[in-house]
Ligand binder design. Structure first.
Ligand SMILES: C[S@@+](CC[C@H](N)C(=O)[O-])C[C@H]1O[C@@H](n2cnc3c(N)ncnc32)[C@H](O)[C@@H]1O
Length: 339
């Protein structure tokens, strides 16, 4: 699944989007890197150490979010949506409208606009009018048209078919889950902490009880094996985009990756059965072997191979892979033969 303009990858795309934004909205792109650094760090502290609530009435927050958090959110949504489309290529035709709840400055519509042939009827809803004002400026700069804006503090019940409820990093701000299951489709992205990821897995189980199918990232619609043990959780990862407009800013964030959890649920799309498995862990070195957690069924399972194996697998967390034919079941492990 490529971006609409085929010659761009996520990094290039983000850099061209932000080159346009910095030209059109100079008030949000401070001239000195030190000033921008301060605003991004203050915004980050707001999420990490303050009450984890967006502060759209503050210029420093708008600037910090727009420059750093918004591109990261775009990259997360884009990757998760690509994986949904990989699992279900006809997804676009099943969605007539989207309610992006807790939309903030609106990275979700930009990602959908980049991957879908045509943006579905789209409504950004947020508790704060200033986040809408920022989104309007961003969309107008990027020539994204026909987005509606609503103010609300609770998810409204869906009244139409084929409507997608999109919640990107908004449940984590304390939005009530009420009415979620009135939508034909639900796409949720949340931070990758153990608590938030496990909450999402619990919500997945409630959705199954309401008759939803899990389109992605899970490869099946059985109970999630990660629920078995309190120490387990599931999240996805991508390489952090390298942004030209942040090059001089020298941010102290050392993690080269972006983590997040996500779930795409549908009442109307029938899950396509797959023989593929999703890689949901990192490589674990054990005596004489390496293993990695995979999602295949309600059972907790690992793919493993012995040290003397000739082939070292190169996949990583989040990949959907075909199992090789030369495997052997050993308890929880699907072992790839040594030769
Ligand atoms: C972390 S931001 C995420 C913004 C955007 N979805 C993204 O991915 O970048 C969370 C958003 O939820 C909004 N929000 C928080 N509580 C809300 C509520 N009760 N009703 C509607 N929006 C809410 C905040 O104003 C903020 O814009």
């Amino acid at each position: 699944m490529e971006l609409k303009s085929k010659d761009e990858d996520t990094n290039q795309r983000l850099n061209s989007l932000f080159s346009l934004l910095s030209e059109k909205l100079p008030e949000f792109f401070p001239k000195t890197p030190v000033k921008l650094r301060e605003m991004i760090l203050k915004t980050s502290d707001q999420f990490l150490f303050k009450e984890n609530k967006s502060q759209w009435n503050e210029h420093w927050f708008q600037t910090g979010y727009l420059n750093y958090f918004m591109p990261m959110q775009y990259a997360r949504i884009l990757k998760a949506l690509k994986m949904c489309l990989e699992a279900y290529p006809e997804l676009e035709s099943e969605i007539s409208s989207v309610l992006d709840f807790g939309s903030g400055p609106g990275p979700s519509a930009i990602a959908f606009n980049d991957l879908f042939k045509k943006l579905p009827a789209w409504t950004n809803t947020d508790i704060n009018k200033n986040s809408h004002n920022l989104a309007k400026e961003v969309y107008s700069s990027l020539n994204i048209k026909h987005v509606d804006f609503k103010i609300a503090d609770q998810i409204p019940a869906s009244k139409v078919s084929k409507e997608l409820l999109l919640l990107s990093y908004s449940l984590c701000e304390g939005i009530a889950e009420e009415n979620i299951f009135t939508y034909d489709h639900v796409f949720i992205l949340e931070p990758s902490t153990k608590e938030q990821s496990r909450n999402l897995i619990k919500l997945r189980q409630k959705a199954l009880d309401h008759g939803y199918q899990v389109i992605a990232p899970c490869t099946h619609c059985e109970t999630c094996p990660m629920l078995e043990r309190k120490s387990d959780w599931c999240h996805d990862r991508l390489t952090k985009p390298e942004l030209v407009h942040l090059k001089e800013v020298k941010l102290p964030f050392s993690d080269k990756n972006l983590n997040y959890s996500y779930l795409f649920l549908s009442k109307t799309i029938k899950k396509i059965e797959t023989d593929k498995v999703r890689v949901i862990g990192d490589f674990l070195k054990e005596k004489g072997k390496t293993k990695i957690a995979i999602c295949k069924s309600k059972d907790r399972q690992f793919l493993s191979w012995l040290k003397r194996s000739k082939h070292t697998p190169t996949f990583s967390r989040g990949d959907l892979i075909s199992l090789p034919s030369n495997t052997l079941i050993k308890g929880q492990e699907i072992r790839i033969s040594a030769d």
